[in-house]
Design a protein around this ligand. Structure first.
Ligand code: PEP
Ligand code: MG
Length: 612
């Protein structure tokens, strides 16, 4: 397999699945930055299919591998037939499988693809199976539909034999660009630890948790590319521009050089931006806004502080445990939170209690009685987040007890996600009180006075924010989910990504209502959704009176730069005006006009704007 190095030779091979000339694919800009490296394709949909373009000299050996895998599959079917001899039914099914296995349409066609399209045996087989299935799809006769799954079964068996037991090839090499249909947040954590250079996926949206993690780890990412996995093979050289949401396939040598230069320039400009990291986040008319970081793992804390964060506005506690089979224990919560508080000191850290579910599904969840992983028809509206925790008290209490015990080591704030209204908030607060009483009885040390805030991320919470403000110590608006629920669009679904509009008048009005309700009760109001980290939104949020902005670390210097050149007076006028406008498009045009100077300042610094 060709290495992932930048300098290795690359030569376009003739293949209908890959463009012969340069092609630019545009998806969703999920995390900024540039990578010019070779790709590693991870196929997670079924069996992972290694995909590789091969030189003509390898055709014969790929044919031989395929033939051997067919022989092995046939032997396995034969053995199975002997084992199941008693049953006539199974006999005829296995016979049918053997017939399929030797059918020209399957194996002959796979051999042809290897030879003519110069791709490895696994990839050729996968594509042949898919083509046969598509042909069966077109026939509306049940018999053929059944044969479709037989073809799939046989294809998978041959694929397994081609792969053998060797799965080492499925680990991306150091520094590769990972191309996949979809990635889970747990994959992203794992890939970060393996130092991948960029992530590129067919599925996903800008606020899916994989995108959020890519930003946190400063890995360039483009998502929502539809079918990029069909066009890229392992070892292909790619250019990924995470700021523009572009992937260049089969790049020309002059593009490769130009993008490498661009990457160097971006690096230099980040250094310029960071010169202001120790300056206060204050407008020209001396209004302070607190800039905080969103953090998923403790490893991110030093970077966040380096980028000028004045604390953690959102610690997503669930990420640490996403690959865990067993339940996180109280002692683990204690030790982990204590470590984070010490690293962030003297600043505060806001620990959000478990927000599990939807795309954040840990293996241990399947052991919870109330949670039927993967079986809910609408997981985003299902038993997730705080609802799940309130149902599973023992599980929830071990986290709360661990956090309360850790709180004596720093400035902790507790925050509940997905609060729908006052009753849920009271119930969650009662659990905290119960934990405190237990800890007292047990003679354990814990902090008595931890502020308890809530995320405002459902329209219902916005509408009763005046009531909630009387019982919560602070608000943090989670715009990622608020936009999802207000505009009825799945934040993970790339097909409706175009509807994700933070500047939609409905969203702006909800933010304004929340700020007013919070301030009337003397509460600070933060934004911790991705909206807070986009400099295009900074003035409007400032003008609406938001007190704290919490975002991924890489955005902090950009937002600070905009703030330090703005005045509250101008921002207030802008916010008042845009709140009267009828559409997201009208708001955006007005904001861009008002921020022309600020945006061109950022552009001069080499911070490309997100395509709108
Ligand atoms: C949000 O919904 O805006 C938020 C910050 O929480 P998460 O992205 O973790 O759902
Ligand atoms: Mg949320």
């Amino acid at each position: 397999m060709p290495g992932p190095d930048e300098s290795g030779p690359y030569r376009p091979l003739a293949s209908p699945s890959r463009p012969l000339s340069t092609e630019v694919r545009t998806g969703i800009a999920a995390s900024p930055g540039i990578a010019v490296v070779r790709a590693f394709v991870l196929d997670r949909r079924r069996l992972k299919t290694p995909k590789r373009h091969i030189p003509a000299a390898e055709v014969a050996s790929e044919h031989m591998r395929l033939d051997e895998a067919v022989v092995r599959t046939n032997d396995q079917l034969e053995r199975l037939k002997h084992k199941l001899k008693q049953s006539e039914d199974s006999d005829s099914i296995l016979e049918a499988h053997q017939l399929i296995l030797h059918d020209e349409h399957l194996i002959g066609e796979t051999r042809r693809k290897i030879r003519d399209e110069l791709i490895n045996a696994e990839w050729a087989l996968r594509r042949t199976v898919e083509e046969i299935q598509q042909r069966f799809d077109a026939i509306d006769i049940e018999y053929f539909r059944e044969r479709k799954s037989d073809v799939e079964f046989v294809g998978e068996q041959v694929l397994r034999n081609l792969l053998g037991n060797d799965t080492t090839g499925m680990q991306p090499p150091y520094g590769a660009i990972v191309v996949a249909h979809d990635l889970s947040p747990a994959d992203a954590v794992h890939l970060h630890r393996n130092s991948v250079s960029a992530l590129v996926t067919d599925a996903g949206g800008r606020t899916s948790h994989t995108s959020i993690l890519a930003q946190a780890f400063a890995i360039p990412a483009v998502v929502g590319l539809d079918n990029i996995t069909d066009a890229v093979g392992t070892g292909d050289l790619l250019i990924v521009d995470g700021s523009r949401g572009e992937v260049i396939l089969c790049p020309r040598p002059d593009q490769v050089e130009a993008y490498r230069e661009k990457a160097r320039t971006q690096h230099h400009r980040i250094e310029v931006l960071l010169r202001e990291r120790n300056e206060p986040a204050e407008t020209r008319d001396h209004v302070r806004v607190r800039l905080l970081a969103n953090v998923e793992l403790a490893d991110e804390v030093p970077l966040a502080l380096d980028y000028g964060a004045e604390g953690i506005g959102l610690y997503r506690t669930e990420f640490l445990f996403l690959d865990r089979e067993d339940f996180p224990r109280e002692e683990e919560h204690l030790m982990h939170a204590r470590g984070v508080l010490r690293r962030v000191a003297p600043f505060p850290a806001t620990f959000r209690t478990f927000d599990l579910g939807v795309d954040k599904v840990a293996p241990f969840l399947s052991k919870l009685s109330g949670h039927i992983t993967g079986e809910e028809p609408n997981p985003a509206l299902g038993l997730r987040s705080l609802r799940l925790c309130l149902r599973e008290r023992a599980f929830f209490k071990s986290q709360i007890r661990g956090l309360l015990r850790a709180a004596i080591h720093g400035r902790m704030r507790l925050m509940f996600p997905m609060v729908s209204g006052v009753a849920e908030l009271r119930e969650a607060k009662a659990v905290v009180e119960e934990c405190k009483a237990e800890l007292s009885r047990e003679g354990m040390q814990y902090a008595e006075d931890v502020p308890i805030g809530i995320m405002i991320e459902m329209p219902s919470a916005v509408l009763v924010a005046d009531h909630l403000a009387k019982e919560a110590d602070f608000f943090s608006i989670g715009t990622n989910d608020l936009i999802q629920y207000a505009l009825a669009l799945d934040r993970l679904n790339e097909h409706v990504g175009y509807l994700y509009q933070p500047l939609h008048p409905a969203v702006l009005r909800m933010i304004k209502m929340t700020v007013e309700a919070g301030h009337s009760a003397g509460r600070r109001v933060a934004i911790c959704g991705e909206m807070a980290g986009d400099p295009l939104h900074t003035l409007v949020l400032l003008g609406m009176g938001v007190d704290d902005l919490s975002m991924n670390a890489a955005s902090l210097p950009l937002v600070k730069r905009v703030l330090r050149r703005a005045t509250l007076l101008d921002a207030t006028k802008l916010a008042e005006h845009v709140l009267t406008l009828p559409s997201a498009e009208a708001v955006e045009a007005t904001v861009r006009e008002a921020m022309r100077e600020a945006l061109s300042d950022l552009a001069e610094l080499g911070q490309p704007e997100r395509p709108s």
